[in-house]
Design a protein around this ligand. Structure first.
Ligand SMILES: [Zn+2]
Length: 347
């Protein structure tokens, strides 16, 4: 039997306790301290879901003074020119480096808005099998076969925004993704406020950013139970501030994503630290980081019984260093290595 000890994320919140594992399965979660020596000590959680990334652009060094449009607007923003200019080999090695950093930082998967059509999706699946891939069509107009081919490899479709594409096109893509029971997601109100009714009519699994959202937009997301993924570091880079406190007040489920690799690696502790800075400046409480960081990303992908640590689940766990009383702020400040427990690796 293996034991992990410290604090555990359970359905009842974070408790002081330990986790017993046998044959790759969590056999029990107990209060207090174990009698056996633990393999690792810290905060024990299921691996995080980094809920929004663009993993391939980590090799881009951003020149100073770039605006949002200069940098990321498709098709000719610097990022897209950079991606088109790279050899497949260079792109793949950038992706592999990213996926390794993501794993090392305690994430189990990252939900990537993958550029480059079906070819881009196949490359990501090959380089990072555990990634969650939302592909993007490259055809000028809606092409049912292209979407099908992307969905053969990808977990869904991630669209740039309703401002960048014809609405009829997006609508047909969203319909097809729903028919094929895959994930549809879209950036929303990142740079300018966009029509939330139009966006929610696409029935997205989640939307990303909402920096320019009004309270009424946020209330509609909460009512429709559409989570919002916040990428604070990326927003701050473009001098935008995500309205995190207003999102919470409106009842929105928030998840956290690290966005473009060129803005910083897939380190969820660093990302959550930026999230924390914004939340506190808006009068929020650091305790409100726990859901967005540990639970809400998993809720997007997994059923209810896989959100927290519980007996019977596969012992795929991350242990974040933290000592003594659990304090989220202390945990975020620790840059110590995350211990990864993975079934099959324990024997
Ligand atoms: Zn994005």
């Amino acid at each position: 039997m293996d034991v992990l000890s410290g604090h555990v994320l359970t359905e009842d919140g974070i408790i002081e306790g330990y986790v017993c594992i046998e044959g790759g399965t969590v056999t029990s979660v107990e209060d207090g301290r174990p009698t056996a020596a633990p393999l690792a000590t810290g905060l024990i959680v299921p691996p995080l879901v980094n809920s929004h990334t663009h993993c391939a652009d980590g090799g881009l060094k951003i020149p100073p003074g770039m605006t949002f449009m200069d940098l990321v607007a498709p098709p000719d923003g610097l990022k897209h020119v950079h991606l088109r200019g790279l050899s497949d080999q260079a792109l793949e090695s950038d992706i592999r480096r990213y996926a390794y950093a993501s794993w090392r930082n305690g994430a189990g998967t990252f939900i990537d808005f993958r550029e480059g059509g079906e070819k881009g999706c196949r490359m990501l699946r090959n380089a990072a099998p555990a990634s969650t891939i939302l592909g993007r069509p490259v055809s000028e107009g809606y092409d049912r076969d292209e979407i099908s081919r992307i969905l053969d490899t990808a977990d869904g479709i991630g669209i740039s925004s309703i401002s960048d594409m014809d609405h009829g096109y997006i609508e047909r893509v969203a319909d097809q993704v729903r028919e094929e029971r895959k994930i549809f997601a879209i950036h929303a109100s990142e740079r300018v406020r966009e029509d939330i009714d139009l966006i929610l009519s696409l029935d997205p699994a989640f939307i990303v950013h909402m920096t320019e959202a009004t309270d009424s937009d946020l209330l509609k997301c909460a009512e429709s139970e559409v989570p919002v993924v916040v990428c604070a570091r990326s927003n701050l880079y473009f001098s935008k501030t995500p309205p995190i406190k207003r999102m919470l007040d409106c009842g929105v489920d928030i998840a956290i994503g690290t966005d473009n690799a060129m803005f910083g690696g897939p380190d969820m502790r660093l990302e959550a630290s930026a999230f924390r800075g914004v939340l506190l400046s808006q009068g929020g409480s650091a305790d409100d980081i726990v859901g967005p960081l540990f639970r809400n990303g998993r809720k997007i992908l997994y059923p209810h019984n896989k959100i927290c640590v519980a007996a019977g689940m596969k012992a795929d766990l991350s242990v974040f260093p933290c000592s003594g009383e659990f304090r989220i702020e202390e945990m975020l400040q620790s840059s110590g290595p995350v211990f990864r427990y993975e079934p099959g690796k324990e024997e």
